[in-house]
Design a protein around this ligand. Structure first.
Ligand code: FAD
Ligand code: NAI
Length: 467
């Protein structure tokens, strides 16, 4: 078979690229190593983690806030098996959805490991060992990422686990020691803390979610400690972890240089992810690698080999599903002669803890570093009528705007349903709105979105009404 475009990898980068290529009239193939479509995001990432976050949140609310709402329950208990089964059903329904999209767009799907024979020929090795080859004019590599592992921590997938195993546990841990206070550690830590686990986070730096605006990590840390009993150990350098049979012992060096020991029954290693290119045969096509295992690409996401592109987690930038999707669309449109553009500064980041956390644009630390004159407007959810009605009063919205022009430069939020609210900030910034533009727009009452309006009012000559 001969194709205009072949996409290797069916995650959010790959399958979206394939759909856009097909929409634009290109004869398209997609190759996936596993026998289901959807990649990390759908099978062991975004979707299953959000399914468990939702289930565990229901349980936590039933156990802790229903009574105050006037709802009383007897014999409340967790059925983890059912929770994991529901998660599997959610995944399956999405897998089927992507298969449908491939058929609808007449994209040929190949299951097996894709590997370059040369620039225009790709070999597909099925799990049954069967090999076939296809010819292609252009290729989009979307092979994603895998968890980063520390060489001195043996991940045995039993007691010492990554996010993949943490999504299919058969018991609620008594004490989960989490190495890394980033997005995965806090999201999956929240799942199990809500179900009753004690959670200890051992973090190398001095803050959780350290790449986001510092005010967010500070507030999230306070709330996770207060509501879910998280314990945090910062500036701790992990030195080892051992499966002791019934549990796990994690050792770390504290800021004083002393060795400290944490005993738990599970240890989750969540210290980041690394690009995945194993078995791709990049050398056969002459594709050059960049730094830290990434494939090197130019502004159009084209590698050093004309006609071979790479997108998503396997190239530079945030490892986020929606970033991968935008890149898939960009490459498809670029190949067909359009002039697409991605504003990487406006790709939002979200953490699906409760309260949720989200940010877009520059952080306050970045603006200080740039020496840019800015002003700040903040609004706390404890002053929001909607938040009081739902008892979700932790958190705030913080808007950073240019001191002279009032243009919004960054929006950082922590609070209820922030994951959805951040979209307003993205729209505002994409259209280069000023804080006053948003402050003058009607926001329905009572909604959480009023916090965005109030924060913009606060940034506009301190005009917030409700604080
Ligand atoms: P992937 O989704 O990793 O897909 C790559 C695919 O390529 C895989 O299916 C792989 O099997 C296949 N492949 C690899 N090599 C070959 C080969 N040689 N031949 C054929 N196929 C191959 N991001 C968010 O934006 N929001 C979230 O809420 C979120 N939650 C997450 C939760 C967890 C626990 C994890 C681990 C990640 C989460 N992410 C989230 C990150 C998100 O999953 C990734 O950014 C996203 O999946 C990257 O998409 P991708 O298409 O680049 O690669
Ligand atoms: P991360 O990069 O978010 O966090 C890793 C944390 O581990 C950092 O705080 C880092 O300082 C710390 N760390 C690194 N080495 C360490 C060590 N040796 N000892 C102790 N701490 C150490 O990575 P994470 O949480 O593994 O997630 C991987 C990727 O998946 C992220 O880049 C993220 O973008 C993506 N993801 C996105 C989600 C979302 O959008 N909601 C959810 C989950 C994952």
């Amino acid at each position: 078979m001969k194709y205009d475009v072949t996409v290797i990898g069916s995650g959010p980068g790959g399958y979206v690229a394939a759909v856009r290529c097909a929409q634009l009239g290109l004869k398209t193939a997609i190759i996936e190593k596993y026998n289901v479509l959807g990649g990390t995001c759908l099978n062991v990432g975004c979707i299953p983690s959000k399914a468990l976050l939702d289930s565990s949140e229901h349980y936590h609310n039933a156990a802790h806030t229903f009574k105050t709402h006037g709802i009383e329950l007897d014999n409340l208990k967790v059925n983890l098996e059912q929770m994991i089964k529901r998660k599997a059903d959610v995944i399956k329904s999405n897998n089927d959805g992507i298969s449908f999209l491939m058929k609808k767009n007449k994209i040929d799907t190949y299951f097996g490991l894709g590997s370059f024979v040369d620039k225009n020929c790709i070999k597909i090795t099925g799990t049954d060992g069967q090999v076939q080859e296809i010819e292609t004019d252009k290729t989009i590599i979307a092979t994603g990422s895998k968890p980063t592992i520390l060489p001195f921590i043996p991940v045995d997938k039993q007691r010492i686990i990554t996010s993949t195993e943490a999504l299919t546990l058969t018991e609620v841990p008594k004490h989960m020691v989490i190495i890394g206070g980033g997005v995965i550690g806090l999201e999956l830590g929240s799942v199990y803390a809500r179900l009753g686990s004690k959670i200890t986070v051992v973090e190398f730096l001095d803050s959780i979610i350290p790449t986001m605006d510092r005010a967010l990590g500070k507030e999230l840390q306070r709330v996770l400690k207060k509501i879910l009993g998280f314990e945090f150990f910062f500036q701790h350098k992990v030195t080892g972890a051992t499966n002791t049979g019934a549990g796990v012992t994690v050792t770390a060096e504290n800021p004083k240089g002393e060795t400290v020991t944490f005993e738990g029954d599970y240890c989750l290693v969540s210290i980041g992810r690394k690009p995945y290119t194993d078995g791709l045969g990049l050398e056969n096509a002459g594709v050059q690698m960049g730094e830290r295992g990434m494939i090197a690409v130019n502004d159009h996401l084209e590698t050093n080999v004309p006609g071979i592109f790479a997108i998503g987690d396997v190239v530079r930038g945030a490892m986020l599903a929606h970033k991968a999707e935008e890149e898939g669309v960009l490459v498809a449109e670029y190949i067909t002669g359009q002039k697409p553009h991605i504003n990487y500064n406006l790709i939002p980041g979200v953490v699906y803890t409760w309260p949720e956390v989200a940010g877009v644009g520059y952080t306050e630390e970045q603006l200080k570093e740039q020496g840019r004159a800015y002003k700040t407007g903040s609004f706390p959810f404890k002053a929001s009528g909607r938040a009081k009605a739902s008892m979700d009063t932790d958190g705030f919205v913080k808007v950073l705007a240019d001191k002279e022009t009032d243009e919004i430069l960054g929006v950082h939020m922590i609070g209820p349903r922030i994951a959805d609210l951040i979209a307003e900030a993205v729209v505002a910034m994409e259209f280069r709105a000023s804080a006053e533009d948003i402050a003058r727009m009607s926001h329905a009452h009572p909604t959480y979105t009023e916090a965005m309006k109030e924060a913009c009012l606060a940034a506009t000559e301190n005009r917030a009404i409700h604080i």
